[in-house]
Design a protein. Sequence first.
Length: 155
Amino acid sequence: MFTEIRDITALNKEEVLALHIADYQQDFIETTQQCLDEAEIDQHFIPVGLYKEGNAVGFAMYGVFPHEDDTQRVWLDRYFIDERYQHQGLGKYFLQQLIDFLTAKYNCQKIFLSVYDNNEVAIQLYQKFGFAFNGELDEKGEKVMVREVLVHDHH
């Protein structure tokens, strides 16, 4: 499977704006237009299109944000697979790709994300990939999950 994580430019913006989630998921995530608007305002956000065989199949937005304890946090801030491409294992596939991508790009030990506590499908997916609630809430009242990259000591 040939897949890519592509930056969003004038060339592929329309494709990305055409992505949409299933109606029952609408409460859980902003539209791509809202995400792109946010990224225009706050340069911390980096939106990307998720591509399979040259077709846009999903969307993600990530960024590095300063935290109150003077550390930087890497956030996977938005993530979805287009309704037409769901139930094909792409949610799991691209989550792993994004984790690998962010870990390599930022050389980070932890990746943060937030989720509404009634979004059970997403929570189960994230837990499978090692994300766990850390007891924090974000500014929108979503629960924060963190994934720690385990570095095994070889002694």
